[in-house]
Design a protein around this ligand. Sequence first.
Ligand SMILES: Nc1ncnc2c1ncn2[C@@H]1O[C@H](COP(=O)(O)OP(=O)(O)OP(=O)(O)O)[C@@H](O)[C@H]1O
Length: 295
Amino acid sequence: MSKAMLIINPSSGKELGKKYAEFAEGTLAQRFATVDVRFTEKELDATEFARTASHEHYDAVVAMGGDGTVNEVITGIAEQDHRPTLGIVPLGTVNDLARALHIPTDARDAISVLEDAPIRPFDIGKYGSHYFMNVIAVGLIADAVEEVSVEQKTSLGSVAYFIEGLKAFKDHSPYPLILRAKEKTFDGETPLLIVSLTNSVGGFESFAKDARVDDGLLHVFLVKQLGFFDALQALPKLLTGDLSNADQIEYFTTTEVEIESDETLSINADGDTAGELPITVRVLPQHLNVIAPTS
Ligand SMILES: Nc1ncnc2c1ncn2[C@@H]1O[C@H](COP(=O)(O)OP(=O)(O)OP(=O)(O)O)[C@@H](O)[C@H]1O
């Protein structure tokens, strides 16, 4: 008999989770014989619930919350032998994975998709014991995220990061970084390094426009050392995906990359700070399955 676990973060996205809990449970009941609902109370609850769902051979685990909640659920199932199919009801500010998977960003529409959308594979990434589903950033964006207040994030969404990013370009000196991949090595200074699995980064859907959720690749963007005015030119190109002739940006794809620095630099994974350099980042190709429309 098929069973699904619905994991809801009631604090995500202006507490929409509570409002839509019943509708989501009812919709999932059209597809699965049993639906168990769990509400998170604190950090790592979603990981624990998802791990239990794996151990107990659930067919699906649906994450209802922001990117933080989706990341926690993925962390709970990623290492297991039995990995339930993922479902996502995005309630956060950014919702990059949902965007990349063509899952509607409206909660009600996203729930409706769970009733009959196909199941398809997607890549995740790993460094140390951390998993990520969208993006790793070192430098500028990592700093910008730290500086965006909850109020700014709620009212301005992705634009808040953009504004803080511009400020960070002006105020911060670049970071010394060493990058080693089969395809390319770099030893120098950069204001920003981004390693992306999906096209959508920070809510900007054409950021890594060639990235596909199941292409088995890490898309690496390295911004070269810039003056402020060069930076002003480079940022819109980053955000609109117009990178083909952007000489301020080094772009390549790989499956594994080592990143280190002489300085202590923290890493931002999927919007939250998680760990420090040095790291080796690997893609786990088509490691998980997700209920999501194909276009
Ligand atoms: N019941 C709860 N009350 C308060 N915080 C919670 C609760 N359950 C989980 N959390 C915390 O919420 C964090 C995840 O929040 P999440 O990213 O899903 O939502 P969000 O902040 O609204 O989304 P976004 O970051 O996209 O704006 C978890 O890391 C966890 O620490």
